[in-house]
Design a protein around this ligand. Structure first.
Ligand code: AP5
Length: 183
């Protein structure tokens, strides 16, 4: 079974929801840069305060900060991992590639969860996280299109991208992911 995975998709696509279920069922590590950054914010550290300002505008925090978080975590995992929310741009993707080469753990599959804007906006407004208001969601979507969506083409060319429809019940989306991974 493939155990070195990335979940990609716009804000609200269900990456975090599906990643948690998948990692619980298949006993691999879940690494969410959004969750790790929110932990940093909750700790009240200087780094966290800086990150909160950026996150609350829907912008990306610096590549250096996110990379240091990911690197620190990945080197200690050997039973498999699923990353969600990273990479978010080409620079992060290139850095991840180098890191995975260094630790000899090549990426095995990327799951793209697709969903139309109107559905995800409705979901995020219902959730109501600090960055879930219309203005910030619009900016998160803009950033996703400009900076993150080029990764779709990149992973597709590498032959490791699988596309899933995200606008279905949670268990249906989960089954589609398993099927795409040949489970
Ligand atoms: P992050 O936490 O990664 O936010 P995001 O990508 O905007 O994703 P979301 O958590 O909003 O959505 P999701 O796809 O995980 O959906 P979820 O399962 O939660 O990042 C937040 C911020 O941190 C960024 O804006 C940035 O500032 C910073 N950051 C993070 N990573 C970074 C990086 N690599 N570089 C730089 N900055 C970074 O579901 C959403 C809602 O929908 C939930 O309420 C859920 O219950 C519901 N739901 C899920 N699936 C379904 C379904 N099938 N049917 C109905 N409802 C559903």
């Amino acid at each position: 079974m493939k155990k070195k995975l990335l979940f990609l998709g716009p804000p609200g696509a269900g990456k975090g929801t599906q990643a948690k279920l998948f990692c619980k069922k298949y006993e691999i590590d879940h690494l969410s840069t959004g969750d790790l950054l929110r932990d940093e914010v909750s700790s009240g550290s200087v780094l966290g305060l800086k990150a909160a300002e950026i996150m609350n505008q829907g912008e990306l925090v610096s590549d250096e900060l996110v990379l240091s978080i990911v690197e620190g975590r990945l080197v200690n995992i050997d039973q498999g991992w699923l990353i969600d929310g990273f990479p978010r741009n080409i620079n992060q993707a290139n850095s991840l590639k180098k890191l995975l080469e260094k630790i000899n753990q090549p990426l095995e599959a990327v799951i793209l969860i697709k969903i139309a804007d109107n559905h995800l906006i409705k979901r995020l407004l219902a959730r109501g996280r600090e960055d879930d208001n219309e203005e910030v969601i619009t900016n998160r979507l803009k950033i996703y299109r400009e900076k993150t969506s080029p990764l779709i083409d990149m992973y597709s060319k590498q032959g490791i991208l699988e596309q899933i429809e995200g606008n279905d019940d949670i268990d249906v989306v989960f089954s589609c992911i398993e099927k795409a991974l040949g489970i």
